[in-house]
Design a protein around this ligand. Structure first.
Ligand code: T4K
Length: 373
């Protein structure tokens, strides 16, 4: 084994391309606070995602915190969400003084189980924050129906879903808003970064103020905001990476297809189904292992891969409703499907430049763990 293979590897432009993009920052000395690169990236994203408004952030988590804050939700409000996600989703809700109410996920794509949402709605429910986990689209039409019926806000945690389309529409176009992460580990990155996409013109000024200490004008502070602005170097990275997005996704597709062909029809291995009407971004490759059939547990396979220098990850284990910081407040048995999947899932290495030979090697190592092989 030569080099280690980690779960992902940042996509980057050529060094010269990035240097060229940031050259003018040396001339202008303008490094942050909504400069020219910030404006350019915002405009390019609005066009590409076909949404009227994009607000940029220094990371996806603060984007989510800010958009929740902008929605004027009642302080004692309950927000329906899922625990099969990164810590950020739940923390953004709690840090806004709201109460997460955990809905289970479905067994096909691990997004929110829409048949279980209505049972969780109470007089205090004010919003739904579903997660397009692994870039799998939630059942957006059913969620919209429920939200309309009960007058709830819908904010998608679309951290994984940049570049995904459903029925020809970008993933950014659904709900009241969608949050994207542009972290180094994502299909599209601005080093660290994030965005909120939305339709409501009235939110533009508020979101811009909130990410800049709540400052509305030179002598007016309208909100108790923090600092969540994307800087010019981040935006410049985004401008470069956006040019290569399509080719990066095409390369990821080849990697995913190789994984699928190597691991399909293996007893004890469950792959995520391919979603109908969805153009994927091939963000993650989750595999669920059934120890009783496969003969080796997820944890054993994780260890064997690690011994071979391969860094698969247990995204998403543990579930957020088991985190010790919540002091036993939530009952993990309320979300049995999420619990089942989180104990068995492993996301395999996936990035644009992962060679197909390496994919074969990873699959060989996994298949050698199978009982009887
Ligand atoms: N909502 C959801 C559903 C999310 O998944 C996330 C973030 C958020 C919200 C919040 O968005 P951000 O505020 O992060 O924009 C990573 C990422 O840090 C995090 O962005 C991501 N989700 C989460 C799923 O994964 P870790 O702790 O697993 O990352 P780390 O540092 O172990 O990196 C993973 C692998 O990536 C490394 O083994 C190698 C590679 N890597 C990493 C870095 C930092 C690179 O190639 N380049 C790099 O610069 O959390």
């Amino acid at each position: 084994m030569s080099n280690k293979i980690l779960v992902t590897r940042s996509s980057m432009p050529d060094y010269e391309e990035y240097c060229e993009e940031i050259k003018e920052l040396w001339d202008s000395h303008w490094l942050t606070n909504m400069g020219v690169k910030h404006k350019q990236l915002q405009a390019e994203l609005e066009k590409m995602l076909d949404v009227p408004h994009v607000t940029l952030y220094t990371n996806g988590h603060l984007a989510l915190e800010n958009v929740i804050a902008a929605m004027n939700l009642p302080k004692s409000g309950e927000v329906i969400t899922t625990p099969f996600t990164f810590a950020s989703t739940t923390h953004a809700i709690v840090r806004n003084g709201l109460t997460p109410v955990f809905c289970d996920v479905n067994e096909n794509d691990y997004t929110i189980d829409v048949t279980k949402i209505e049972d969780l709605i109470t007089g205090k429910t004010c919003a739904i924050i579903p997660v397009h986990v692994y870039g799998n689209m939630c059942a957006v039409e059913e969620i919209e129906k429920i939200a309309k019926k009960y007058d709830l806000k819908v904010i998608y945690d679309a951290a994984h879903a940049f570049g995904v389309e459903y029925k020809g529409k970008s993933s950014a176009s659904f709900g009241d808003a969608s949050m994207f992460s542009f972290h180094a580990t994502k299909v599209f990155n601005t080093i660290e970064g994030g965005a909120v996409c939305f339709h409501d013109d009235n939110l533009v000024q508020k979101l811009n103020d909130l990410k800049n200490f709540g400052i509305h004008g030179p002598e007016e502070v309208a909100y108790i905001g923090g600092n969540a602005k994307m800087n010019e170097f981040q935006a410049a990275m985004g401008i470069c990476n956006l040019k290569h997005l399509e080719s990066e996704i095409a390369k990821r597709k080849a990697v995913v297809e190789r994984y699928r062909s190597n691991l399909k029809n293996i007893d004890g291995i469950k792959l995520c189904g391919v979603q109908a009407d969805v153009k994927s971004n091939y963000a993650y490759f989750p595999v669920v292992f059934d120890e009783k059939i496969f003969g080796a547990s997820r944890n054993e396979i994780f260890d064997v891969l690690a011994e071979n220098g391969i860094g698969a990850r247990k995204y998403f284990y543990p579930l957020t409703n088991t985190f010790e910081c919540f002091n036993g407040k939530y009952n993990v048995n309320d979300t049995p499907v999420a619990l089942h999947i989180s104990k068995r899932v492993l996301t395999l290495p996936l990035y644009a430049d992962l060679s197909l030979d390496d994919v074969d090697r990873i699959c060989d190592i996994i298949l050698r763990c199978k009982k009887g092989i």
